[in-house]
Ligand binder design. Structure first.
Ligand SMILES: Cc1ncc(COP(=O)(O)O)c(C=O)c1O
Length: 407
């Protein structure tokens, strides 16, 4: 039986070792952060890139810099990460949850206009798993209604639409570089925009934060090494046994360890901007990004094609004219928990992910509403293994196991 982890970090031992050496030898001097920001902006085809402590704080500082008034409304897809509405609420703004399109799992463009009021100032579409959302239609609505578009690119660095990178299409965009992402600087994030004044305001706001200390980076590095080891071919069989034992008692041990409790954002961060070592890692990661993205994309498309049409399984519809980078590989199934257990019994670890129907979370009490397709997605979604190192034989194994389960 093959044992296939649901996830492998997108960082090599070489990159981790380079960070370790840099930490041990003291910070590197120079203007690496500005170089990284320039390279990042160039990669996306935008004028400005400003580094931030994370995706949620990037969003917070974007919204703050847009000079919105308390009570202004911000439209977001209901199926998202809780940190998105949390950043909105933190500024005294109102998140307006809009249901998703059941076919492509991104925000339903038909429902956006119904939710626009005289207080709507911003729409934040997400490109879920690196699958481009219906951005042309969203930009069109936004232009007609004089609303700003902030692209949530937390899962989509490298995704292209009509030859342009997402993150360069709206007024302003944000990215996150956490360890589990398809691009990582062991924490951090980025804001991108063509708007000179907005970039300046974001930069000014973020300049109050200190850079990540080398000590904090060292702990992130340890996390990186642990994830690498735990998902390596040698150690994963042990990790697999642990996951399996817990699953017999109905416990998702990985989720228990990594699930971030849904909550409002606490105090403003005092530090967390990228330091030179992270920026150097960012440059290394950018150099290899397109290769890794296209490897994942090829495998994701193959997996989707080979699983298409199987009973009780639904493959999300992919946007056209796009390069969808497959930062995740979501598949909708009936009886998610049962299927997950059966796949695990065959060595395939799939995950439920962390996106949820945020419109029903108690923490956003004042903004709750029914978003049936977002709820349905939460109940049915499983993220299949997708990473550059996934071998052809592992992919075929996954396809065969799923086909046998469907019989
Ligand atoms: C779609 C989406 N938006 C926003 C965020 C928030 O990013 P962070 O966790 O870096 O704050 C995430 C996190 O992964 C995300 O997936």
């Amino acid at each position: 039986m093959k044992m296939i982890p649901s996830f492998r970090p997108n960082i090599s031992y070489g990159e981790l070792n380079a960070v370790l050496l840099r930490i041990l030898s003291g910070d590197i001097a120079g203007r690496v952060i500005l170089q990284f920001e320039d390279r990042f902006a160039q990669y996306l085809g935008v004028k400005h890139a400003v580094n931030a402590p994370s995706g949620r704080w990037a969003l917070y500082y974007i919204l703050k810099s847009l000079n919105l008034k308390e009570g202004d409304e911000v439209i977001i897809p209901a199926f998202t990460y809780f940190a998105v509405p949390a950043a909105i609420v933190k500024l005294g703004l109102r998140p307006v949850f809009v249901d998703i399109n059941s076919e492509n799992l991104n925000i339903d463009i038909q429902k956006i206009e119904e939710n626009i009021t005289e207080k709507t100032r911003v729409i934040i579409p997400t490109h879920l798993c690196g699958f481009v959302c219906e951005i042309d239609e969203i930009l069109d609505i936004a232009q007609r209604q004089n609303i700003k578009v902030v692209e949530d690119c937390a899962q989509s660095l490298g995704t292209e639409y009509k030859g342009k990178k997402v993150g360069s299409l709206g007024e302003v965009s944000y990215f996150t570089f956490g360890i589990t992402k398809s691009f990582t600087t062991l924490g951090g994030g980025m804001v991108t925009t063509d708007n000179d004044e907005l970039a300046e305001r974001v930069r000014k706001n973020l300049a109050q934060l200190r850079q990540t200390s080398n000590k904090a980076l060292f702990f992130k590095l340890l996390e990186g090494y642990s994830m690498k080891f735990a998902t390596s071919p040698i150690l994963f069989p042990i990790v697999y046994s642990i996951i399996r034992i817990f699953s017999c008692f109905g416990v998702d041990i990985v989720d228990c360890i990594f699930h971030e409790k849904e909550r409002l954002l606490g105090k403003l961060p005092r530090s967390g901007r990228l330091n030179n070592i992270q920026a150097e890692l960012g440059v290394m990661q950018l150099n290899d990004l397109d290769r890794k993205n296209s490897m994942r994309m090829k495998k994701g498309l193959e997996l989707y094609q080979r699983l298409e049409g199987i009973d009780n399984i639904r493959i999300p519809l992919l946007g056209e004219n796009a390069k969808n980078i497959f930062s995740g590989c979501p598949i909708l199934v009936k009886n998610k928990n049962a299927i997950r257990r059966k796949l695990l019994a065959k060595g395939i670890d799939v995950s439920s992910g962390y996106m949820q129907d945020c419109s029903k979370l108690d923490v956003f009490r004042g903004f709750k509403k029914g978003c049936p397709y977002a709820s349905r997605a939460e109940d049915k979604i499983l993220y299949f293994p997708i990473y550059a190192e996934l071998t052809s034989s592992e992919l075929t194994y996954i396809v065969n196991v799923v086909k046998n389960l469907a019989r």
